[in-house]
Structures are given as C-alpha cells and as structure tokens.
Design a protein around this ligand. Structure first.
Ligand SMILES: [Zn+2]
Length: 280
C-alpha cells in the first residue's frame, strides 16, 4: 500500500499524471493543443498545451460548441459587420428593419478577392417608402442585454475555464487546482455537458470595432481580449471582448445580477479597461 501511494505521488511529481480540466479523466496521452478562442477568429496565440484539455473534449467543443457559437445571434451580427467568412467563404446575412415598414430586411455581403459587396433586397412597399422620401434608413440592432442563448453561454463557460487554466499554468499545481476545485464543477459541466438549463451572461458593445485603433492607439483592430473580475462581494466573473462586444459570465453560478450591480457602482466601466487594466 505504501509503495503504491509513493508510485502515484512520484508520477504526479514527474508530471506523468495529467487530467483534463473538463472531464477530469487521464489526458497524458492526448496529442492536440486547445485553442482558447477558435482559430477562425484569428487566434494563433491563446493556446493551451496538450493534455490540459483531452482530445475527446477538444473534439467535442470544436464540433458541438464553437461551430454553433459562430452561428449565434451575437456572432452572426459580428461576422456580418466584420465580413468574417465561414470556412466555405460565406458571410452570414443579417436582418434589419426599415422605419415605417413591418417587413424585415435581409442584407447580404459577398466577398470577392478585391472588395466586399453589400446588397439589400427590398419589397415593393419598401421601395415606395424610399422613393417617396419617407424612409431611407435601415436599423440593424446588435444583440445586447442579457440573453440566455445556451450555446453562447456554454462557449463562454468553456473559454472562462480554459483562460483560468492558462493563467494558472505557470504556477506549480495550478492546472490541478482547476481540475480539483469543486467550485468550478458547475461551470465545467455547463461547458462540457450543457447540464444547466439557463446560464445568463451580459452583452454590450464597449468600443466600436472599427474605431478601436483610434481609441486605444493599437496597431490594427483588437479582435479578442479577456480578463477576470473579482468583485467586492466575492463574485468571480470572466469578461471576454470580441471586436469590441463584451460578453461577461459569472464563473460561480448561473446568475448575472452581481455584474449589473458592479456596473452601476463603477460607472459602466469595462473590467477590461478598469483597475489594473486602466491606462496611465
Ligand atoms: Zn476531457
């Protein structure tokens, strides 16, 4: 018995035992690295080494969570505005509304090698509204507020746990802590198995995707950034921004009211540009 114990302990110390942060099963033989943000959102840097997420979970997320997330209302809107094509080269169309008309309008974008062509199809009534000068504006709202789209919520849960593992990776035993800590079990199971029916998150635009360079003085667009927020009330949030759209999820449980309170108390600042992240 004593020998067995020491064998296990030695294997652990030598790093032979490795467990997946989602299913908690042995992942020592896994071969794939995990992209925290999907590769198709231009991520080549935020990557977890092999074994932090096992091959089976890696494969599952790619097929059942990330692919669907890219088709969520928030992402379809972003992909349209930024003209991000799918692997098949198709930019999703977006639905808008014209003032004075009940009929929704679909706008399409087609990418060629030289330009982005945007086209709108109007019905006869809508053409008449434009012709008579009564209306020529079309509104395209981005999804905002507190949606509960399950796939976005599960995607956020996945990215949150992976970002946490990434943060703790340099610390001895850091990834094991993520695997073993029971307070992460709910968010883990939500991401991997979708066991929580509704896990709300908070969505808003914090900077214009196209104006980002002017605002932050950065080279080019900021496609994605993320960080964690510990509130004075002991809550732990994960905050992700994609093209200036901020998505926030509570890592501790399916409830977002605490973040709304935090926003009120902090003049609607974004945790990504607040406190230690504030400029100057
Ligand atoms: Zn796994």
């Amino acid at each position: 018995m004593v020998l067995a114990f020491w064998e296990v302990k030695l294997g652990y110390l030598l790093g032979k035992t490795m467990r997946c942060i989602f299913c908690k099963l042995d992942s020592a033989n896994s071969t794939s690295v995990e992209h925290i943000i999907p590769e198709s959102l231009w991520n080549t840097k935020q990557i977890l080494p092999r074994g932090v997420v096992c091959d089976k979970c890696n494969n599952y997320f790619s097929r059942k969570v990330e692919r669907q997330f890219l088709c969520s209302p928030e992402m379809e809107s972003l992909r349209f505005h930024q003209a991000i094509p799918s692997k098949k080269g198709r930019v999703p169309p977006i639905m808008g509304a014209m003032l004075g008309s009940e009929v929704p309008i679909s706008i399409r974008r087609v990418l060629s090698s030289e330009e982005i062509v945007t086209s709108i199809e109007l019905n006869e009534d809508q053409v008449e509204l434009v012709r008579s000068g009564q209306s020529s504006k079309v509104n395209f709202p981005i999804a905002s507020g507190i949606p509960t789209a399950k796939i976005t919520s599960r995607f956020l849960a996945k990215v949150a746990l992976e970002a946490l593992a990434q943060r703790l990776l340099p610390h001895y035993g850091g990834v094991d802590y993520v695997v073993e800590e029971e307070q992460f079990d709910l968010v883990r199971e939500h991401a991997r198995y979708g066991r929580v029916k509704e896990w709300p998150y908070y969505v808003r635009r914090i900077y214009d995707a196209d104006l980002d360079e002017k605002i932050h003085g950065l080279d080019g667009q900021k496609v994605h950034e993320y960080d964690f927020l510990h509130t004075d009330h002991g809550e732990f949030y994960f905050v992700l921004a994609l093209y200036g759209v901020e998505l926030t999820i509570n890592i501790g449980g399916p409830c977002i009211e605490g973040y709304e309170t935090w926003l009120k108390e902090n003049d609607n600042a974004s945790p990504l540009y607040w406190g230690k992240n504030a400029e100057g």
